[in-house]
Structures are given as C-alpha cells and as structure tokens.
Design a binder for this molecule. Sequence first.
Ligand code: KMH
Ligand code: ZN
Length: 294
Amino acid sequence: MASTATMITVAPTGAELEKSAVPALPVTLDELVTTAKECREAGAAVIHVHIRDGEAKPTLDLGRLTDTVHALRDATDLIVQLSTGGAVTDSYERRLAVLDAAPDGCSLTCGTVNFGEDVFMNPWPFMCELYVKTQELGVVPEFELFDLGHVTSMHRLLDKYGAPFGGHVHCDLVMGVPGGMAGDAATLVAAVAALPEGATWSATGIGRTAVPVMLAALAAGGDLRVGMEDTVTFSRGRPVASNAELVERAATLAELAQRPAMTPDAAREMLGIPARPARPARPVEPTADPAGGA
Ligand code: KMH
Ligand code: ZN
C-alpha cells in the first residue's frame, strides 16, 4: 500500500560538479548547514551528503565527515545519510571508512556502472564488506540502484546476509545516468516491479530526466530525491538557484499528489532508524573567576 506521505531526500552537492562552474553549489560546512536548514524548511526529511575539502574538491576525510555529521545534527533534525560512493577516484578502503563517522544512514550502490566517461566501481566483494559493516555499526543503508542488474544484486545481498540494520529495505532508483537505466516512466515501473516485497523506494532522475522521473515516482507511489548532485537546471535554460527550490518544487508536487512531505521523524520510523543518540556533552571550559578568589 502506498504511503500517505512522501519522503523527500535532498542531495545538495555530489562529487562531480566544480564550484567554479556552479557557484550555488554548497561546498563549505557553513554552506552545507545553511542549505540543510533551508531544505528542511522546504520539506526535506533526509540529506544525502558528499563533502569537499578546503579547495572545494571532493574528499572522504574522516575528521571532516564526522564534523559534518555533528554540525548537521546540531542544526537540523534531518536524517544524515553519508555517501559511500564518494567520487569515482576514491578507494574502497576510504569508502568503507565513511561509516566510522557514525551517520544515521549511508548509500550502498549495488553494482558497477558506466558513469559518463568514467566507471563507478562497486564489485560484489566490496558491496558485501560494506553491507556487513553497516549491520555491525548500526548504520541504515539505502540501496542505490542505477540499473536493473543492481536490483538483482540487491536481492542477492539480502539473501546472503539478511535484513539491513533497522529491518527495513529502502532503495533509491538513480535514473538517467549515461551508462545506467533510462530515466523514464516505463523503466521506473519495471524497476519497481522487481523490488522486494515490503520495500520502499525513492527515485531521482539525472539532468533533464529529473522532472519526468519525479512525476513518474509520485504517480507510482514512491518517494523522491532531488538536489544539485543530480540536476543543476531547474527548467530549460534556467540554472538551479538553490537546493531549497528543488525541494520546494518536490514538496509542492507531492502535496498535489495527495502525499505531502514526510517529517524526518516519520521517515526515521519508516526506515527503522533509531532516535538520535544524545550527543556527548561538550567539555565545559572553566570560567575565569572575575573576583579572582579561590
Ligand atoms: N559520485 C558518484 C560516483 C553515492 O553517493 O553513493 C557516486 C554517487 C553514489 O554519488
Ligand atoms: Zn551521491
């Protein structure tokens, strides 16, 4: 049965775009936190996070990732999902280490795919190691499916290692990547038909497939992912001004579809993500005694 609300994920940054080419792309921690707050306000429940270094280049630096998780949690109640896909140049070792930043969730891509001129590598042994680590560390995976074969590999993973942490399977159909499945309604319907019983799913269309995929997903009862990681054109010839406007459009369409935007708390419940652990209290700095007494 379709849910009565729509979970909206925002993917604000990605690893592929250059800040110099897309000035509105959030790349610093401050920009990311501001974006997260705006997108929460506009209706997002989940943030899919890639981070950048001091030169705005993609990085999987563990210290920066951990600081980012903390900053997003301090500023919003969004579900913080870290990308384990990183950039196509990232090593498997670094991609596995992302989970040590203790996010609420992570992406887990279920197979290798041609990715424009590049190849996004996700061989079976890596998928298995990453999946087992999510189970051990209590991080809820979102199965990223770029192709129909990835759906088969996800079934294989679930058959071999059992249910994900949290007990619920949620997938994200990433459609329209040059090299992956097409971003159209017929392909979406075929992919959804192949998902496991009881699974929930989001869909996102890359580039010009963003709007058709969003409309098809809403019609088919799915959730939505939007953001500048996936598209930087709002409409023909009009660049995206901010991630929030993409979330706002998704929330408006979800409302029209009679399934308004889901809150982060409701999304947590759906995905089996436990309530946030209390942050350890920051050490209290001793205050200077103005009287100078003992
Ligand atoms: N940047 C792509 C190579 C993910 O976040 O898990 C992979 C990606 C998928 O974006
Ligand atoms: Zn990503």
